[in-house]
Structures are given as structure tokens and as C-alpha cells.
Design a protein around this ligand. Structure first.
Ligand SMILES: Nc1ncnc2c1ncn2[C@@H]1O[C@H](COP(=O)(O)OP(=O)(O)OP(=O)(O)O)[C@@H](O)[C@H]1O
Ligand SMILES: [Mg+2]
Length: 402
């Protein structure tokens, strides 16, 4: 029996409409945000300097989609008076890379080699291109958080200060971030210029996610392959943590793939449940696999202790368990301080919960509790070559290392 199906999909009419980069023709429940951004950028459509704006919101709340949507319209409708450039700072993660991305977009989007040029040179070229054409350049710095540790403030200063140096044309900036605290450490001048307007994107509710999914399903899926019950189950899942449209759309695609691979002619709730299970596991796996070994050992110690029924773990117990595990592996334990940092990182990633609690006279200590299923995490950790090989048969048997 062949491994792949080559017949046309029974489920998808246009699977690309569920790609993360797809921008739909309308964005339900973001009408106000679109309108506000249009208002901020409308001077640019007339060739004047737009209002700088900061956009905040949790992941999957439509920040990138709305900004690209409005930016595309600006490019199409301004008759060349404005130029919108969308920079993903996860890819262009240094000021130099951002500037070269802007310059190449100004020059028609052809990738060019800028190695050997200095930042000042590229910046100067941007200024002369803007000045010569008189264009209103709008730069969206998406995932701006990524840039802040690498000289982002200097870059913001250059971009915001450019208007003082231009004879003609202008530069406006849209900053996009998850965390409202991103501007906290910034020079007050940079901060106030950047936040001439602020737009906060709230998480979607379940019914809003339903509308988004229904729109997408109509484009991406064949008629009769889906129903509201299926979409509702997906929407509820995506709304459970916070209203994340990306997660909703990914689940729909995965459920469609599962239905397709099973030769089904429609997506059922069972396919959604299976998609949810796989998505969750993929997510955990991606997080855990990239952890350094000692951090994996800390997580392993936490899972072992929780699996034995401990409702919460104090730092000293955890440190003992961690030391045992790494000693078994023939490694030297790191200091308690490092382990505490690891615990903090694991909590930031959402793998565990950690909080500082006060125990009367005994003082304060960090206490760890479960957030994800420890048994599942343990399964993933056991796939690490070193951790999995410990103690013959690994930690899989009845006897454990602790
Ligand atoms: N109102 C909406 N209507 C239709 N699709 C939407 C809407 N909001 C978001 N989406 C879709 O959901 C997905 C995630 O949205 P988007 O990438 O804009 O999130 P984000 O806020 O930028 O998240 P992150 O902070 O993780 O970058 C995208 O595929 C986007 O097209
Ligand atoms: Mg985004």
C-alpha cells in the first residue's frame, strides 16, 4: 500500500488559506483597530508624516495581520506617496539588518548584499532615498522585543530622529510587541515620540474566534466538510488559555489534515480532539528539546517529584533531586543559584509554576507546582539520549533515581 495519497484532498479547497502568512480579505472583530491604524497612517497617504504608533497584545490577537493588512492598502492606495515596509525583527534581529531590509524595500524589494557597508552608510542611503522621492516611509517593527537587547533603542532613535534631517519626505514607525513593558527602559524622548498613539489588541472571545474560523473555513475547506460544532470545539480550545487566533487556525488545519489522511470526507470532533493532542505534544516537545542538559535535569527532577504525588516542591528538595540525577549521569551539579534561575526560566516558558512563598520563621523559598502534565513532560525528557539512558531502562521502571 502506498504511503502517500496523491488524489485531490477531500477536505481542503485551498489549504494555503490556513497558512500563518495568509492575509484574509477581511479581519472580523478588528474593525476598530484597523480604523484606528488607518487614521494614524492617513497623513502618509497624502505624503505627510504619519502618527507613530505602538501596538500591543498577546500572541495570536491579530497584530501582524492587521498591520500588514493596513500597510498593504497604504501601498496600493497612496499612489506612490507612501511606502509601507514590514520588518520582522525575529529575522532582521539587529539594527543593521533592519536598516538593510528597509533600504532594499525602498529599492524595489530586490535582495542585495550589504556586507562590508557600515550602519551609517545604509542609514544615509535610506535618508537620501526618502529625501529624493519625498515619500512617506512607514516602518513596522514587528516582534520589536527581539531587537531591544541588541541596540534597538539606538535604531529607534535613528528612525524617529530622521525627520529632523530630511528636506523632503518623512519616516513613521509602528512598533509591535507582546509586552506593554517594552518601552519602560527607553529614553523618555524616544518613548514619547514612539508612542504618539497606542493600540492594545485584546484576546478574542470564543464567539469571535468562531467568526474568524467560519470565514477561514469557507475559503479553505470544501463545502460540507465542516460544521459549527467542530469549529466551536476548536474555538473553545483556543480561547481556553487566551483568545489566540493562530492556535485556532492551526488546529483547524491539523484537524483537516488528520481527516484527510484517514480518508474521511468531513472533519469530526474526534479529529479535532486528536489535533489538539498532537498540537499540545508538539508544542511541549519543541520547548523541551531545546533546553540545555542541566535544565532538562532540573525539569526531570521536578517531574519525578510531582509524579510521586508531591503537590509542591521546595528549592532544597528540588536541588537534592537534581544533584542526584546529574551525578548519576557523571556530571558535576551546578550551584543552587543556577538551578533557581533555571526554575525561573522554566516557569517563564509556562512549563511549571514557581512562586516565592513565606514560611513563617523559616523564611522564604521558591515553591514549584505543576502546570503541564508531568508524566507527559517526563516522556519527552526520556527521549534525551543521556537522561533516557540513565539507570538501565531509564526512569521508566518502578525504581527511580531519587
Ligand atoms: N480578526 C482576524 N480575522 C481573521 N484572521 C485573523 C484575525 N486575527 C488574527 N487572524 C489570523 O490569526 C493568525 C495569528 O494572527 P497574527 O499573526 O496577526 O497574531 P499576532 O498578534 O501578530 O501574534 P504574535 O504576537 O504571536 O506575533 C494569523 O494567521 C492571522 O491571519
Ligand atoms: Mg505577530
Amino acid at each position: 500500500m502506498p504511503l502517500f495519497r496523491t488524489d485531490p484532498s477531500r477536505i481542503f479547497a485551498d489549504r494555503r488559506a490556513l497558512d500563518p502568512s495568509f492575509i484574509p480579505s477581511r479581519l472580523p472583530h478588528r474593525e476598530e483597530e484597523v480604523e484606528r491604524l488607518v487614521l494614524d497612517l492617513s497623513p502618509a497617504a497624502r505624503g505627510e508624516r504619519p502618527t507613530n504608533v505602538l501596538i500591543y497584545g498577546k500572541t495570536g490577537t491579530g497584530k501582524t495581520a492587521v498591520t500588514r493588512f493596513v500597510g498593504r492598502a497604504l501601498n496600493e492606495e497612496s499612489g506612490g506617496r507612501a511606502k509601507y515596509v514590514h520588518v520582522n525583527c525575529e529575522i532582521s534581529y539587529t539594527p543593521f539588518l533592519v536598516l538593510t531590509k528597509i533600504l532594499s524595500e525602498l529599492r524595489g524589494g530586490q535582495p542585495e548584499a550589504y556586507t562590508g557597508f557600515s550602519q551609517d552608510y545604509v542609514y544615509g542611503k535610506i535618508l537620501s532615498a526618502v529625501s529624493a522621492s519625498g515619500v512617506s516611509l512607514v516602518v513596522a517593527l514587528d516582534e520589536m522585543d527581539r531587537l531591544m537587547a541588541r541596540g534597538g533603542e539606538g535604531l529607534l532613535y535613528l528612525l524617529l530622529d530622521a525627520n529632523e534631517r530630511l528636506d523632503s519626505g518623512s519616516i513613521g514607525v509602528i512598533g509591535i510587541a507582546n509586552d506593554i513593558g517594552i518601552t519602560r527602559g527607553l529614553d523618555p524622548r524616544v518613548r514619547s515620540r514612539l508612542s504618539e498613539d497606542k493600540i492594545v489588541f485584546p484576546p478574542y472571545t470564543t464567539t469571535q474566534l468562531m467568526d474568524i474560523l467560519r470565514d477561514r473555513a469557507r475559503v479553505a475547506l470544501r463545502p460540507g466538510t465542516w460544521d459549527d460544532g467542530v469549529l466551536e470545539l476548536i474555538a473553545l480550545t483556543a480561547a481556553a488559555e487566551h483568545g489566540d487566533a493562530r492556535r485556532a487556525i492551526e488546529l483547524l488545519r491539523l484537524a483537516g489534515d488528520i481527516a484527510d489522511s484517514r480518508g474521511s470526507d468531513r472533519i469530526t470532533e474526534e479529529h479535532v480532539v486528536e489535533a489538539r493532542r498532537r498540537a499540545e505534544e508538539d508544542y511541549l516537545r519543541r520547548l523541551v528539546e531545546t533546553l540545555p542538559l542541566h535544565q532538562k535535569a532540573v525539569l526531570m527532577a521536578i517531574c519525578e517529584l510531582l509524579n510521586r504525588g508531591a503537590p509542591m516542591i521546595t528549592m532544597s528538595v528540588l536541588y537534592g533531586a537534581y544533584s542526584n540525577i546529574v551525578s548519576f549521569a557523571g556530571l558535576q551539579p551546578l550551584t543552587q543559584r543556577r538551578v533557581r534561575d533555571f526554575v525561573h526560566d522554566l516557569a517563564t516558558m509556562g512549563l511549571i509554576s514557581a512562586e516565592v512563598r513565606s514560611f513563617g520563621r523559616e523564611g522564604r523559598t521558591t515553591v514549584v507546582t505543576a502546570k503541564s502534565d508531568p508524566a507527559k513532560l517526563r516522556q519527552i525528557l526520556l527521549q534525551d539520549e543521556l537522561l533516557g539512558s540513565l539507570g538501565g531502562g531509564g526512569f521508566g521502571g518502578q525504581r527511580t533515581l531519587l
